[in-house]
Design a binder for this molecule. Structure first.
Ligand code: NI
Length: 195
């Protein structure tokens, strides 16, 4: 696997951890817009997304998960003990997929604590713009291949639970609605406590 070059610190700004949307949310089902120009606002978004992903913690995050409907994803699939290898992709496109498939148990920060086995191509070739706006192309395999496909799916409003049967998907969705209600209640209680 070719590892893309490691990005430098992108902006002088302090990265903000942004709230992650939980399924079901119509913003997670939107077709995201391509980025016209990789400018400082996009670089700030990338910094925030990386900070949010590492904080969660997760191995990938797509812009719609923080409510921004633009084609931007971040990933870091290296071992917990290895040095961080953050990758940010603007307008990523899958150019080629292998015939060979791979089954991986996937999870998603927008569908917390749910894991399902998803079958996808084992290797993919991807083209994207990096944080400097320069075109990049690389092959991915293993967890990176699973992750990049999962994150690009987000940009088309697709979630990993779309790969399971309708019954299981409905069950997971019901559990997420319950989780959101519980979190909203907690939030109200916290606010009432502070007041
Ligand atoms: Ni996800």
């Amino acid at each position: 696997m070719i590892f893309p070059p490691r990005p430098r610190r992108l902006t002088g700004m302090t990265a903000q951890i942004r709230p992650i949307l939980i399924h079901p949310d119509r913003r997670l089902r939107a077709e995201c817009e391509p980025v016209a120009e990789v400018d400082d606002s996009i670089r700030a978004l990338i910094e925030d997304m990386l900070a949010t992903m590492y904080d969660a913690p997760g191995v990938g995050l797509a812009a719609p998960q923080v409510g921004v409907l633009k084609r931007v994803i971040v990933m870091d699939c290296v071992d917990k003990d290895a040095l961080p290898a953050p990758v940010a992709m603007v307008n990523p496109e899958i150019l080629r997929v292998s015939e060979e498939l791979n089954v991986h148990e996937e999870g998603c920060l927008s569908v917390p604590e749910e894991y399902v086995e998803v079958t996808r191509p084992a290797r993919v070739r991807v083209r994207w713009l990096d944080a400097a706006g320069a075109p990049q192309e690389a092959d991915f395999e293993g967890l990176w291949a699973t992750c990049v496909q999962h994150e690009i799916d987000h940009l088309d409003g697709r979630l990993f639970i779309d790969y399971v049967g309708p019954l299981k998907r409905k069950l997971i969705t019901e559990r997420m609605k319950k989780l959101k209600r519980a979190r909203a209640r907690e939030q109200e209680e916290r606010e009432a406590g502070v007041a």
